[in-house]
Design a binder for this molecule. Structure first.
Ligand code: HEC
Length: 150
């Protein structure tokens, strides 16, 4: 039974992959701090993006960033990076996408991880050879950040 379940999941993944084209991490091109092309052709979902943003096992963006609108729901907000209130006013989707995908393109010494890039991060072994976020998770987080307006 377990094997059958695994095959079904694998088949579902293949189908999902076929339904939505994705830009592979090695094909990403950041130009002037912006990544114009979305990583998937499924529009980002800000609600899912909020969960990825705050989730300790996913983006964990709150480890380094404070967001005022999440203060009631989430206990710990870090201060290593700037607060992200109002980033949806300041940056375009393309700029936010570039920042999440690979901030080291513009800030070689930043401690912010590259969330959709192979190599270059000092990451836990579980991420070796994988990106920290999937293409869709990046798009979802971009959609969420665009809702942070003041
Ligand atoms: C390890 C700490 C760390 C984590 C985790 C982190 N960041 Fe950052 N982030 C930074 C730092 C530091 C900066 C400021 C740029 C610099 O000096 O490196 C920054 C800058 C930014 C900026 C630009 C803000 C501005 O006002 O210019 C955005 C947007 C951003 N981060 C989004 C995210 C998102 C989204 C995540 C999660 C997917 C995330 N960050 C995770 C440390 C982090």
């Amino acid at each position: 039974m377990r094997l059958i379940g695994g095959v079904a999941v694998a088949a579902a993944c293949i189908l999902a992959g076929a339904a939505f084209a994705e830009v592979a991490p090695q094909d990403v091109k950041i130009v002037d701090g912006a990544l114009e092309m979305a990583l998937t052709d499924k529009a980002g979902d800000p609600v899912a993006g909020r969960d990825t943003f705050a989730g300790r096992k996913k983006g964990n963006c709150l480890a380094c960033h404070m967001v005022t609108s999440l203060l009631d729901e989430e206990q710990f907000h870090g201060e290593v990076g700037p607060p992200l209130d109002g980033v949806g006013d300041v940056y375009s989707a393309a700029e936010l996408r570039a920042r999440i995908v690979n901030p080291k393109t513009d800030l070689p010494d930043t401690i912010m991880p590259s969330f959709y890039h192979l190599g270059g991060n000092r990451v836990a072994e579980q991420f070796a050879g994988k990106t920290i976020l999937t293409a869709q998770e990046v798009e979802d987080v971009v959609a969420y950040l665009l809702t942070l307006k003041e």
